[in-house]
Design a protein around this ligand. Structure first.
Ligand code: S3P
Ligand code: PEP
Length: 438
């Protein structure tokens, strides 16, 4: 059975209204903060992706109580599991692996081994392991704890202050989780602001924390208050349709109830500077997170230079910005994005290779790309590198291409967005013969 997908150019553009599945980052946090609450956190519209399913499975093995009713999930603190015999398999999910380190390091009596798939076992873990060790955590693994699998023996943690070398919401959240279990306060300072879903959720449930610019302090809290929230639609999933609508002539779409937290929407700010027709109708916020409807219409775009501090606010959308840049007039410069090299694939290399194979003008840099447009995209066969965001980005490229594109190993879209190909068929009537074998 083939896992490749063949997609035809969209005729007449993308049209219609779509509601997105729940945000992946917020859903992970429902699980991890719920794990520290005896009342628990209940979330409607919990992410349907495989990554959040990995989080829930690992938390169950770690003794948490997890209930699933349709798209509703409730997670609460359970019994301390002591030594956990089965490895905690984070699958493809960096967020799961790193947040587990933060959660378990401060749980006395726990012993666990955290592992992941082939891609995750290559991703850097030293960024969480070394600050957690400074707090007193006992963690070991290959390369002195640089990679999975990691073994963790939980114990009493002290407080501390950390200046992170990179903006990373995963490292920040791992340290927040450790800090809630520690015996002193934990302060994290980032070089630029990363997504702040953890801070918003904690504030929403009434946990005291101090926040000034890129500096956050959390205090020990033996039992977090509980809450019920509705998870907003995932902005990073919405970004695929925003891209499709901007680059396929004739498009006009509305994306409903999308999370528009400003630490996630740097992509929209860039697109507006490029000349994109994007209108946002703000709605009531949900669980401390702003939500809105986003209308996007096909637009003629100009190249831009992306500012350094904007990079963390659009880190998962940069492959899409690279695709958009191939259709914009002039040069688009994306730099300071070296973090892309340590995602599910090396996203700088995956995008540069794939876009060039379709005929785009792309200069690959160590920390990003220079892309000159507009260039027509031809058809062909493109590798997804088994990376969900790359598979979906090239599926969107196919909608704007001159001939059909085969995206290899496209089943990986299920990591964050299992409904992706169904939604593609809903928005684009032109794509009648989408071939996708699961
Ligand atoms: O905290 C999170 O939920 C995430 C943080 C980002 O990673 P980094 O923390 O490595 O920047 C992002 O790329 C990832 O998709 C999800
Ligand atoms: C980088 C991503 O996720 P994670 O780090 O959790 O694997 C992503 O979803 O693009």
């Amino acid at each position: 059975m083939s896992n490749d997908v063949r997609i035809r150019p969209a005729e007449g553009g993308l049209k219609g209204r779509l509601t997105l599945p729940g945000d992946k980052s917020i859903s992970h946090r429902v699980g991890f903060f719920g794990a520290l609450s005896s009342e628990g956190i209940t979330a409607e519209n919990f992410s349907s992706g495989a990554d959040c399913a990995s989080t829930l499975r690992c938390l169950e093995l770690a003794g948490c109580l997890v209930e699933r009713i349709g798209d509703k999930v409730r997670v609460r603190r359970g019994m301390n599991p002591g030594e956990i015999k089965a490895p905690l398999d984070a699958g493809n999910s960096g967020t799961t692996a790193r947040l587990l380190c933060g959660l378990l390091a401060g749980t006395p009596g726990v012993f666990a081994v955290i592992t992941g798939d082939e891609s995750l076992r290559k991703r850097p873990m030293g960024r969480v392991v070394s600050p957690l060790r400074t707090l007193g955590a006992r963690i070991d693994g290959p390369g002195g704890g640089a990679y999975l699998p990691l073994s963790i023996r939980g114990g009493c943690l002290s407080g501390g202050t950390f200046e992170l070398p990179m903006a990373s919401a995963q490292v920040k959240t791992a340290l927040i989780l450790a800090g809630l279990n520690a015996h002193g306060s934990v302060t994290v300072v980032e070089p630029a602001k990363s997504r702040d879903h953890s801070e918003r959720l904690l504030r929403h449930i009434g946990v005291p924390l101090r926040q000034e610019d890129n500096r956050i302090t959390v205090y020990p809290c033996s039992d977090l208050p509980g809450c019920s929230i509705r998870v907003p639609g995932d902005f990073s999933s919405a970004a695929f349709w925003i891209t499709g609508a901007l680059i396929v002539p004739g498009s006009d779409i509305v994306l409903e109830n999308v999370g528009i937290n400003p630490t996630r929407t740097g992509f929209l700010e860039c697109l507006k500077k490029m000349g994109a027709s994007i209108e946002i109708e703000e709605k009531e916020s949900a669980g401390g997170e702003p939500v809105g409807n986003i209308r996007v219409r096909y637009s003629e775009l100009e190249g831009i230079e992306v500012e350094k501090d904007a990079i963390p606010t659009m880190i998962d959308e940069l492959p899409l910005l690279a695709l958009i840049a191939t259709q914009a007039h002039g040069v688009t410069k994306i730099t300071h994005a070296e973090e892309l090299r340590v995602k599910e694939s090396d996203r700088i290399s995956s995008m540069a290779k794939g876009l060039r194979a379709l005929g785009a003008d792309v200069e690959e840099l160590e920390d990003g790309f220079f892309i000159t447009g507009p260039t027509p995209l031809g058809g062909g066969c493109v590798e997804s590198s088994k990376d969900h965001r790359i598979a979906m980005t090239f599926s969107i490229a196919a909608l704007a291409a001159q001939d059909e594109i085969i995206v290899k190993d496209a089943q990986c879209v299920g990591i964050s967005y299992p409904e992706f190909f169904d939604h593609l068929s809903m928005l684009s009537e032109g794509v009648k013969d989408l071939e996708y074998k699961r």
